[in-house]
Design a protein around this ligand. Structure first.
Ligand code: ADP
Ligand code: MG
Length: 835
């Protein structure tokens, strides 16, 4: 048979219940109907088989392992090994303990015995199945089927055909699947397992179950010829790679982990080397390249399976959890590499002549074969030992030169007798081998003679004795080696101790530095805290100041409001008086308060100018007639109103809302007067113009000039006009007085406004502009308003001054005319007296 590649099956186990609870996500999936696996969303890996979480044990067995069992019975060696991270399902797949569904081992056992039965019935082939079960724990091989001598040492060797064998392991012959399972159970009981953070039944060792099958077939044509096929199936449950961080291992578990990982690392190196080699030689076997099998015992055990003469199936087990995606990736990459390894399986046939052998297969024959094999193995062992001794000697020589603790002379003392001992053992073995060959020659018939049996027994005894002495020597040697190793270890430990002490000193120094730095930082922090405290105090003081300023501001605001209202009242008084004056033409009416400020809510009507009726119309004459009648009445009324002028004025200045009412009352009164004396009241028509400009109406000379001067021919009698003028004079005087008072008030107001403005500016200058924008916004319009009010007040004051001057002039003119009239009336009286 030519080269065949190692077959690789990937098995993704389902998420475990606790993983589901912890909300792990699936990060690896099988591409449906293919042997491909996708990691994440885009990393695709191809294998020979791929099994998802739903795949059953039987599926895995049928597609991957059954063909190997069949080839095993055809004489081919086969290996199934499970590889993967800890907790990924290796033991489950092979068939661990307390499993509901049987794993590969159970199925192999059943099928193997079934097939053997079938072959026996068809070919008459006799088969012997031997089982051995061992574990590799902390790089020590241990027999799991030797209950008493579990501590005995096992050695890995190569037989004459280049097959790897383990010397000293117990092999149990089994005849049924049940026997195999009970043996397996026994072995599993001895196997090292433990609880880790990732698996409750974590295998702490690599376990190798070997089924050796010997099938003896008879040739149908020539019954004297018998062929024996020997093959073996290794089922290997590797311990999983572990990360201390994830498993939480410590102490002995950590040491176990270290050994496991070292073994797996060596396995990885072997697989890498084999896969590279396979790729480089393009299918041609190249035996020269170095494959580091000897780096670890597990690689030595799997030597036949990887790059050897075995049909190998690797089951790469992975967990689907996203938390172990890196490990899964490593396993998949590793498995991909393993697919490149080429093996060269060949069936192990041995044909013997039936004449020289008894027809019935005799176990003694097999035993002899075994003895021969043992002798050979012992010889090889001897050679290896010699080689080892040689190497060890070289090493110790070089150590002695370096000035190590063990001196060269002592080495020589130790090695010389050892060499002699080895030579003696070799000689003994040589003798035994010669005797064994003589014994073989003496086998004459199917049933050996008693003498022959005796000789064989003697030979066996001597072999045991030699083996014992050899083992004793070995033990001695190993003890010496152990001593050496211990002294070496001691030296190393001392060195490490020195190194650690140095490190400790350096770290202490660093610690001191850090302490000093911490203290420095501490002081800095304290300083900063102090600064912060003082800043907080400053802040509190500043807050107090700002509070005071805010209070001042509020006070000023109140003051401004008060002043504004006072100003409004004042304007109302002035304008009321002016309107009254302009409407009546006489200054004996109580002034009404109409605020002069711009934003007054009082409705301003446009000024209406009424012209006088035609001089010679009938209505005019009638009106003049009626006027005279009513004039007296009006004068009486007006006198009454003048009397209560002061009272009304106060009332008017109190409430602006009442002004409206007063206005309407005045209007009503006006209408009443108009009904009574139309002509005398015609000048009152513009009364509605409450907001007329002072120059045009209220205080202007125009209004005074427009005072009713009836154009009719009817003239009032001199006494009457004299009386009228007297009343007007007194009203003018009162008006002048009022104006003077108002002017004084206005001046006072202007002064107050100036002072407020100054204070506002002072407040402004205290830093509100930068710290509190909101207050600046309040202050600025207030200041503007106060300035506007001040300007109004000033304008109004000027106007009042003008008005007063005019009134005074008018008063003077009225006084002059009265004097003239007085003279005229006197003349008239004199004339009338004379007449
Ligand atoms: P390993 O040997 O790789 O460390 P185990 O075989 O001990 O891991 O498996 C760990 C856990 O996962 C066990 O509880 C096992 O029952 C469970 N498990 C593994 N593979 C499967 C599977 N295919 N189906 C169901 N449970 C599984
Ligand atoms: Mg396991």
């Amino acid at each position: 048979m030519g080269d065949v590649c190692v077959r690789v099956a990937v098995r993704i186990r389902p998420l475990l219940a606790k993983e589901v609870l912890q909300q792990h996500e699936v990060c690896v999936r099988v591409v449906p109907n293919s042997a491909q696996v996708v990691l994440g969303s885009d990393r695709l890996f191809s294998f020979d088989h791929a099994f998802g979480p739903t795949a059953s044990q039987d599926e895995v067995y049928q597609s991957g392992v059954l063909p190997l069992v069949e080839s095993l019975l055809d004489g081919y060696n086969a290996t199934v090994f499970c590889y993967g991270q800890t907790g990924s399902g290796k033991t489950y797949t092979l068939g661990g303990v307390d499993q509901e569904e049987g794993g590969i081992i159970e199925r192999v056992a059943q099928d193997m015995f079934l097939l053997l039965e079938r072959r026996k019935s068809s070919d008459g082939a006799d088969a012997t199945v031997r089982v051995s079960y061992m574990e590799l724990y902390r790089e020590e091989l241990r027999d799991l089927l030797e209950l008493q001598t579990v501590q005995k040492e096992l050695h890995i060797r190569e037989d004459e055909r280049g097959n790897t064998v383990v010397v000293g392991v117990r092999e149990i012959v089994i005849t049924s699947a049940e026997e195999l399972l009970s043996v397996l159970e026994m072995g599993n009981a001895l196997r090292h397992t433990g609880v880790t953070g990732m698996n409750e039944h974590s295998s702490r060792s690599h376990a190798v179950l070997t089924l050796q099958v010997n099938i003896c077939c008879h040739n149908n044509k020539n019954p004297s010829l018998k062929s024996i096929r020997t093959s073996k199936l290794c089922l290997v449950d590797l311990a999983g790679s572990e990360r201390a961080g994830k498993t939480g291992n410590a102490g002995s578990r950590l040491k176990e982990s270290a050994h496991i990982n070292t073994g797996l690392l060596a396995l990885g190196n072997v697989i890498r080397a084999l896969s590279d080699q396979s790729r480089n030689r393009h299918g041609n076997r190249c035996s020269n390249a170095h494959i580091p099998y000897r780096d670890a015992k597990i690689t030595r055990l799997l030597r036949d399976s990887l790059g050897g003469n075995t049909h190998t199936l690797m089951v790469a087990c992975v967990s689907p959890s996203h938390l172990v995606v890196t490990e899964t990736l490593n396993v998949l990459q590793f498995a991909t590499k393993a697919r490149c390894i080429r093996n060269c399986p060949g069936a192990a046939f041995a044909q013997t002549e039936a004449t020289s052998l008894p027809n019935n297969w005799n176990p003694t024959d097999t035993r002899l074969e075994e003895l021969e094999y043992e002798v050979k193995t012992l010889r090889e062992l001897l050679k290896e030992k010699e080689k080892d001794i040689e190497i060890e000697r070289e090493k110790t020589d070089s150590r002695g030169e370096e000035g190590g603790t063990i001196t060269r002379s002592s080495q020589i003392r130790v090695s010389e007798p050892d060499q002699k001992m080895n030579q003696k053992t070799a000689w003994q073995y040589c003798l035994l081998a010669q005797e064994a060959s003589a014994l073989l020659e003496d086998i004459s018939g199917p049933s050996p003679s008693c003498f022959f049996k005796q000789r064989l027994r003697d030979w066996q005894d001597r072999l045991t004795a030699v083996s014992h002495s050899h083992l004793k020597n070995d033990k001695q040697y190993s003890e010496e080696c152990r001593d050496q190793a211990q002294s070496l270890m001691l030296g190393k430990l001392r060195e490490e101790l020195h190194k650690c002490q140095d490190d400790l000193r350096v770290k202490e120094l660093m610690l001191q530095d850090k302490d000093a730095e911490v203290q420095r930082k501490h002081k800095e922090v304290e300083k900063l805290l102090e600064e912060k405290r003082s800043q907080l105090l400053d802040l509190a003081a500043e807050k107090g100041r700002s509070q005071i300023q805010a209070e001042q501001l509020v006070n000023q605001q109140i003051l401004i409001d008060r002043l504004r209202s006072a100003l409004m009242t004042f304007h109302g008084t002035i304008s009321g008086a002016t309107v009254e004056a302009s409407t009546s033409g006489y200054f004996y009416k109580r002034p009404h308060s109409v605020p002069l400020i711009r934003n007054s809510c009082v409705h301003r009507t446009s000024r209406k100018i009424h012209s006088s009726p035609p001089t010679y119309s009938l209505e005019r004459v009638m009106a003049a007639f009626r006027m005279r009648g009513h004039l007296l009445l009006a004068e009486i009324e007006e006198k009454e109103e003048v009397c209560c002028l002061c009272t009304n004025q106060q009332a008017a200045s109190k409430e602006t809302s009442q002004e409206e009412e007063n206005g309407s009352m005045r209007e009503t009164k006006f209408r009443r007067s108009l009904n009574r004396t139309w002509t005398s009241r015609q000048g009152k028509l513009p009364l509605k113009e409450e907001s007329a400009t002072p120059g045009q109406t209220a205080y202007g000379s125009v209004a005074l000039e427009r005072s009713p001067q009836p154009t009719g021919t009817i003239k009032p009698p001199p006494n009457q006009s004299l009386m009228k003028k007297g009343v007007r004079t007194s009203i003018t005087e009162r008006r002048i007085h009022e104006l003077t008072v108002n002017m004084r008030l206005k001046e006072q107001l202007i002064k107050d406004l100036d002072r407020t403005d100054k204070e506002t500016r002072a407040v402004d200058g205290l830093g509100y502009d930068s710290n509190d924008g909101g207050q600046v916004n309040v202050l600025a319009p207030l200041s503007m308003q106060s300035q506007q009010v001040r300007a109004e007040a000033y304008r109004s004051l000027q106007h009042m001054r003008l008005q007063r001057a005019q009134l005074r002039r008018q008063l003077k003119e009225t006084g002059d005319s009265m004097e003239k009239n007085g003279e005229q009336s006197e003349n008239h009286l004199e004339k009338s007296d004379r007449m």
